[in-house]
Design a protein around this ligand. Structure first.
Ligand SMILES: Cc1cc2nc3c(=O)[nH]c(=O)nc-3n(C[C@H](O)[C@H](O)[C@H](O)COP(=O)(O)OP(=O)(O)OC[C@H]3O[C@@H](n4cnc5c(N)ncnc54)[C@H](O)[C@@H]3O)c2cc1C
Length: 416
């Protein structure tokens, strides 16, 4: 069923009795060509592109909870492609281009809002680093502009310019960056994959991986054994646990990251702003709530909730940037489990067994990557070779020493 203004009108006239569920609730079949572990954004997007772009429809997505219960429904919705390194930049720009056509492509309103992402700088050294990043972006055909202090003040007058411990000197803006409604991304991909024949099996936890020699033959699940020709892992914060079932130890640590939403306010922030001198970033949702967050809590955890020390830290950083925040009430906060890789960049690779594929290491930036991650992972699974934008995202880069260290800060999750 295609969604359109006409379908809303006609269904309205018929008492809204004609809507059908956006995806089925199938019983898993005994065997699939491809089984994907994880019904998050990346798993669902992979299934969608496998079916749509590569004609592989005998696919199951196995999700231990309900789809969207993981990070795809817990993130702060920011998309951008403002990356420095050649191992990252073309990939995230591919993702940005897919975001730009996504709603038409999967016929679902994901509220893609290219409202701009501003990274503030507070020192000469930081400005130089941002100039370098902006130039690298422009060399790759990505939009980037350096704004000085007055230009920032004109659009964000409520920031603390006058009394700040780290005065704002300017910012790097990517105007095509912005936000996307995260749940709708999961639902849109699920609907698109389902309509092409993919089985999305919820409440189906993978508990083991069955192998025969150098091949995976299927997975043990809470709904029984499911065989497959190819197994694709896209379990985000649980990546290391799931990979371990296949005998693989990943260079990935699981950390909790928190997010916060305030009471609804009149619109006053019309872009995404990141503080360059502390752990804080903020945007304003269409309902008026400020959506903000900071850094990971800094200790290993599989809990989808965080610690009060980080709440205090984020609140302090927020107030240092926007003093008026001290009067705002926080309505909700939550946490998600991040798959922090050692260099801060992801892994999209065939690993360890002939028919085992891994999609992991997204750290706190995997939402913006969802379309390209799904597309490139599907490309790898279907064709057996990496997409040109993911050639460097190999697992063995950690063994060979070819890290994609975007921030140039070394191999430790808390630095990325
Ligand atoms: C608070 C917060 C803010 C963030 N903000 C941003 C942001 O603004 N921009 C950005 O780009 N990124 C952001 N991220 C990161 C981003 O959300 C993640 O990197 C990305 O969503 C991970 O990919 P996913 O959607 O596939 O993960 P998930 O949605 O977590 O999907 C993985 C799925 O695997 C399932 N699973 C795990 N184990 C099993 C098993 N054994 N069997 C079956 N299923 C299993 C899980 O239940 C889960 O649903 C943020 C994350 C958090 C938590």
């Amino acid at each position: 069923m295609r969604y359109s203004a006409l379908s809303i009108l006609l269904n309205g006239l018929r008492g809204n009795a004609g809507w059908r569920p956006a995806w089925r609730q199938p019983q898993p079949r005994p065997h699939y060509d491809v089984v994907i572990v994880g019904g998050g954004g990346h798993g669902l997007a992979t299934a969608y592109y496998l079916a749509k772009e590569f004609g592989i429809t005998n696919v199951a997505v196995l999700e231990k909870n309900y789809i969207g219960s993981g990070n795809v429904g817990r993130n702060t919705t920011i998309i951008r492609s403002n990356y420095l390194l050649p191992g990252n930049n073309p990939f995230y720009e591919l993702s940005m281009k897919l975001w730009e056509g996504l709603e038409q492509d999967f016929n679902f309103n994901a509220m893609v809002s290219q409202r701009g992402v501003v990274n503030l700088y507070h020192s000469d050294a930081q400005r130089d680093a941002y100039v370098r990043r902006g130039n690298a972006m422009r060399l790759h055909g990505v939009d980037a502009e350096l704004l000085d202090r007055d230009a920032i003040r004109a659009v964000l007058p409520f920031l603390d310019f006058d009394n700040a411990r780290f005065p704002i000197q300017g910012g790097l803006i990517q105007r095509r960056g912005g936000t996307v409604r995260h749940d709708a991304v999961a639902w849109g991909y699920a609907r698109g994959a389902d309509s092409r024949g993919v089985d999305i099996v919820q409440n189906c936890e993978v508990t083991g991986v069955r192998q025969d020699g150098n091949r995976v033959t299927g997975v043990e699940t809470t709904q029984g054994f499911i065989g497959c020709d190819r197994l694709a892992l896209a379990a985000a914060g649980n990546s290391s646990q799931v990979a371990q079932m296949a005998g693989l130890r990943l260079p990935v640590e699981s950390h909790v990251l928190q997010a916060f939403v305030s009471e609804a306010l009149k619109p006053f922030i019309d872009c995404v702003v990141t503080f360059g001198a502390g752990h804080f970033y903020v945007s304003q949702s269409d309902k008026g709530g400020l959506v903000f967050g900071g850094d990971i809590d800094g200790y290993n955890s599989y809990a989808q909730r965080g610690n009060l020390a980080t709440v205090e830290h984020v609140a302090e950083a927020g107030k240092a940037l926007i003093p008026a925040l001290s009067r705002v009430r926080v309505l909700r906060s939550w946490g998600g489990v991040m798959d922090m890789s050692m260099d801060g960049s992801p892994i999209i690779d065939r690993v360890h067994r002939d028919n085992l594929y891994l999609n992991a290491g997204w750290c706190y930036g995997g939402f913006k990557a969802t379309p390209a991650s799904g597309y490139c992972f599907a490309h790898l699974i279907a064709k057996g070779e990496p997409h040109e934008t993911t050639r460097q995202m190999r697992l063995d880069r950690f063994e060979r020493g070819y890290l994609i260290d975007e921030k140039g800060q070394g191999a430790q999750p808390n630095l990325h």
